[in-house]
Design a protein around this ligand. Structure first.
Ligand code: IVH
Length: 672
C-alpha cells in the first residue's frame, strides 16, 4: 500500500504530465504520445482521485466537465469593456486608416501586427494567481454571460497557466472561441441525421455550444480557442502587442501561429491580400484580418471611440457567394432512411472549388426558399465548406416552373415514406432499402469508423447491386473471386480490398460502436462508451439509467443506445459481425497488446502472482514472445525471487530488467 504522500506526489506528477500533453496536443499541435498512452495517464489519475477524493482540486484535468446543468447564466460586468472593431473592405480604406493613425501619432515611427480575424465569439477569461476563475461572453461589451462551466470544457484553454513565466496576480485573457471546420461539418452531419436543424456556420455552432446550460454537451462539441488580447491585468505583460502575445503563448495559452509584424501599411496590405485565397487551407473560419498598432504607448495616444479602438481595424474578405442555375433536384436517402433534397447546379466556381451540387438540408427549408428546377440561385459555402442555396432570384424565374413536391415514395426502393416525429424529416421506412444500405456501408467503412481502406462508394455500389453484400457482416465473407469479377478489379486489387477488410476486424471497440450507425452516437460518444463499459457485452446489457448516468451521454443518446440494443434486428447485426470474425478491441486488450508487442521477454526466478506458464501466456497475450534464454535479442527480463544466472547475463548484455510490479503495470497498460 502506497503512503498518502506518495499518492499526492503521483497525482501532482500525473496532472503536470497531462497538462503538458494537453498543451502539446491542443495548443502546439505537436503531440509526443499517442492516445493510448494519454488515456492511460488520464485513467490512472482518475482512479487515484476516486480513491482519494480529498486530493481533487478544481484545476485537475479530470475536473473540466461539471456535473449539473445550470438553470440560467449569471451575468458578469467586464472590468475593461470589450470593444468592437471597425471594418474596411479594400486596400484604399486600409490606407485611409493608416493616414488617420499617422496624423494622430504625428510620427511615421510605428509598426503593425496583422492577425487572422477568427470567426467565432469573443470571450474573456479571468486568471487569478494563474488559475482560471471565470469565463464570460462578450455580451454587449459591458456585461456578458458567465459561461465558466462551459469554458472549462475547452481543452485548449489551460485551467492553470504554466508557471515558467511570471504570471500576474490578475490576468484577463481575451480571445475567440471557435469550432474547427471539421468538427462543424461532423456536428451538422449528426444533427441532420438525427432530424435536428443544422447550424448555419461554425460561428453559430460555436456560439450555440458555448451558450448551452449543460456543460456536458458543450464538452462534446470540440470547441477551440485563440487568445489575442488582454483585459484587466495587475501588471502589464509587455510594452508591445507582439511580445505580449509571446508571453501569453509562454504561459500555455493558444495564440494563433499566423500572426505577423508589418513595418508599414504596404506590408499590411500585402499580408491581407495574400490571406484571401490562403485562408481556405485553414481548419477554422476567418472572415478577415485584424490590423493592430503594435506599441502600447501609441495605442494609448490613439485611444478609442465609444464603440471601437482607433488603433485597430478589420479588413473583411469579399463575401464568397456565386450565382448559378438549378438544373435538377434529386432526393438522396441517408443511412437511417432520411430523405434529403439536393440541388444539381450548373457548375460554378466558389472559394477555390467548382460547385455542382448544394444541399437543401430538408424539405421544410426547401419549401421556405421555394427552390424550383430552372431557378437562378445564390449559393454560399456554409462556413465556406458545404455549399448551400441561400437565396432564390424569383424575379428571374423562367415561366412554367412548378414547386418541388415532397416525394411520397422512396426514390430508391419505392416504399411509401413516413414523416419523422419532428415533422421536418421525411423517411424511407424500409430497413432493406438498398439506398440506405449503401449509405450505412459507406459510413461503416468510413475513416472515422472502421476505416476500411479501398472500400469506397463505387465498390460498395457494385457489391450491393450484385447482391454480394446485404449487411455489414457480408463484407467479412467476401471471397477473392467475388471481387475479381467486378468492374475495374484485378486479382491484385481484389486482394488489397480483402486485406483492408481483414485488417478492420481488430479495430478498437469505439470505432466498432461508431460504425454501427446508432442514432446520435458519433466518434466522440463512442469513445466515452467504450471507455466506460470496457466491453461490447457490458454495453449491450446496460440499462437506461446506467447509460444516462454517464457524463457526456444525454438522455436522448442514452435512449437511442438502449433502444438499439433492445431491437432483435440490431442484436442480430452485431452477433453476425462477431460471428464473421470481427473482434472489437477493448482498451485493456489494446494497451496490453502494445506493451510487449513484438518484444522478446524472458522470465527468471519465481513470481508471486504468476506461475511460469501463466507469465509466458500473459506475454503472448500481450503480443510478445516468451523465451527461456537471455541473448542480445532479448528486450526484457522479468526478474522474480532468486533469479540466478539469467539475471547476471541480462545485466552483462545491458538488457532491460523489470520486476514483477513493473511487469504487471506494463501488462495492464499503466506503465509510462
Ligand atoms: S482584437 C478591441 N483580434 O472580432 C479589439 N479581435 O469584429 C479587441 N476577433 O469582438 C479584439 N479575431 O470577437 C481581435 N485576432 C483578433 C480577432 C478578433 C476575431 C473578433 C472579436 C471582436 C470582433 C470584432
Amino acid at each position: 500500500m502506497a503512503m498518502a504522500g506518495d499518492v499526492k506526489k503521483r497525482i501532482e506528477r500525473l496532472r503536470r504530465e497531462i497538462r503538458r500533453h494537453d498543451h502539446l496536443y491542443y495548443v502546439l499541435s505537436a503531440p509526443e504520445i499517442d492516445d493510448r498512452q494519454y488515456d492511460a495517464l488520464f485513467a490512472e489519475l482518475k482512479d487515484l482521485e476516486a480513491a482519494h477524493p480529498e486530493l481533487v482540486t478544481a484545476d485537475s484535468p479530470t475536473q473540466r466537465v461539471s456535473g449539473r446543468p445550470l438553470d440560467v447564466f449569471s451575468t458578469v460586468r467586464h472590468a475593461v469593456p470589450m470593444l468592437s472593431i471597425d471594418n474596411t473592405y479594400s486596400a484604399e480604406e486600409l490606407r485611409a486608416f493608416d493616414e488617420r493613425v499617422r496624423r494622430q501619432l504625428d510620427t511615421p515611427e510605428y509598426d503593425y501586427v496583422v492577425e487572422l480575424k477568427i470567426d467565432g465569439l469573443a470571450v474573456s477569461l479571468r486568471y487569478e494567481h494563474g488559475r482560471l476563475v471565470s469565463g464570460a461572453t462578450r455580451g454587449d461589451g459591458e456585461v456578458g454571460d458567465d459561461v465558466t462551466a462551459n469554458i472549462r470544457t475547452i481543452k485548449a484553454i489551460p485551467l492553470s497557466l504554466l508557471d515558467g513565466d511570471a504570471v500576474p496576480a490578475v490576468l484577463e485573457v481575451r480571445g475567440e472561441v471557435y469550432m474547427p471546420t471539421r468538427s462543424f461539418v461532423e456536428l451538422n452531419r449528426m444533427r441532420t441525421e438525427a432530424g435536428e436543424s443544422p447550424f448555419a456556420n461554425p460561428r453559430n455552432a460555436a456560439a450555440g455550444s458555448l451558450k448551452l446550460l449543460d456543460a456536458r454537451i458543450t464538452a462534446t462539441r470540440n470547441l477551440a480557442f485563440f487568445a489575442y488580447a488582454t483585459g484587466e491585468v495587475s501588471q502589464p505583460l509587455a510594452r508591445d502587442h507582439y511580445r505580449m502575445l509571446e508571453r501569453l503563448r509562454a504561459m500555455g495559452l493558444p495564440v494563433n501561429p499566423h500572426i505577423q509584424r508589418a513595418k508599414n501599411i504596404d506590408e499590411v496590405i500585402e499580408i491581407c491580400l495574400a490571406w484571401g485565397p490562403k485562408r481556405f487551407e485553414l481548419d477554422y473560419q476567418t472572415d478577415g484580418m485584424v490590423v493592430k498598432i503594435n506599441r502600447c504607448d501609441q495605442r494609448d495616444i490613439l485611444g478609442a471611440t465609444g464603440r471601437a479602438p482607433r488603433w485597430c481595424i478589420a479588413y473583411k474578405f469579399p463575401a464568397e457567394r456565386a450565382e448559378t442555375v438549378v438544373e435538377s433536384i434529386a432526393v438522396q436517402v441517408g443511412k437511417s432512411g432520411a430523405l434529403t433534397p439536393v440541388a444539381n447546379l450548373a457548375p460554378v466556381s466558389l472559394s477555390g472549388t467548382t460547385v455542382k451540387r448544394a444541399s437543401l438540408h430538408n424539405f421544410d427549408e426547401m419549401r421556405r426558399l421555394d427552390v424550383r428546377v430552372g431557378d437562378t440561385v445564390v449559393i454560399e459555402k456554409a462556413g465556406e465548406i458545404i455549399p448551400q442555396v441561400v437565396e432564390v432570384k424569383t424575379e428571374r424565374r423562367p415561366p412554367g416552373t412548378k414547386p418541388f413536391e415532397v416525394p411520397k415514395k422512396c426514390p430508391v426502393c419505392d416504399s411509401e415514406v413516413v414523416k419523422d416525429e419532428t415533422g421536418v424529416c421525411v423517411r424511407c421506412p424500409n430497413p432493406q432499402c438498398s439506398g440506405q444500405l449503401k449509405e450505412r456501408l459507406r459510413y461503416f467503412a468510413g475513416r472515422g469508423q472502421m476505416d476500411i481502406e479501398r472500400l469506397g462508394a463505387s465498390l460498395i455500389e457494385q457489391l450491393v447491386d450484385r447482391g454480394l453484400v446485404q449487411g455489414f457482416a457480408d463484407l467479412y465473407r467476401l471471397r477473392k473471386e467475388d471481387l475479381a469479377a467486378l468492374e475495374r478489379m484485378g486479382e491484385k486489387s481484389a486482394q488489397n480490398v480483402l486485406d483492408g477488410i481483414e485488417d478492420s476486424k481488430t479495430r478498437p471497440l469505439w470505432r466498432f460502436l461508431a460504425a454501427l450507425g446508432i442514432r446520435h452516437v458519433g466518434g466522440q460518444s463512442a469513445q466515452v462508451l467504450a471507455e466506460h463499459f470496457g466491453s461490447l457485452a457490458a454495453l449491450r446489457e446496460a440499462s437506461r439509467e446506467e447509460l444516462e448516468a454517464i457524463d457526456q451521454i444525454g438522455p436522448v443518446m442514452a435512449e437511442s443506445i438502449y433502444g438499439y440494443f433492445r431491437e432483435p434486428r440490431h442484436r442480430a447485426v452485431v452477433d453476425d459481425l462477431l460471428a464473421a470474425g470481427v473482434q472489437p478491441q477493448t482498451e485493456a486488450a489494446r494497451s496490453r497488446a502494445g506493451a510487449f508487442s513484438d518484444k522478446t521477454v524472458v522470465v527468471t526466478g519465481s513470481l508471486e502472482n504468476f506461475t511460469r506458464q501463466q507469465a509466458q501466456q500473459a506475454i503472448k497475450d500481450a503480443g510478445g514472445k516468451a523465451s527461456s534464454s537471455v541473448s542480445k535479442k532479448t528486450d526484457f527480463v522479468v526478474a522474480g525471487a532468486e533469479p540466478g544466472s539469467k539475471l547476471d547475463k541480462a545485466r552483462e548484455l545491458g538488457v532491460t530488467v523489470i520486476d514483477e510490479r513493473q511487469f504487471m503495470e506494463m501488462l495492464s497498460g499503466r506503465a509510462n
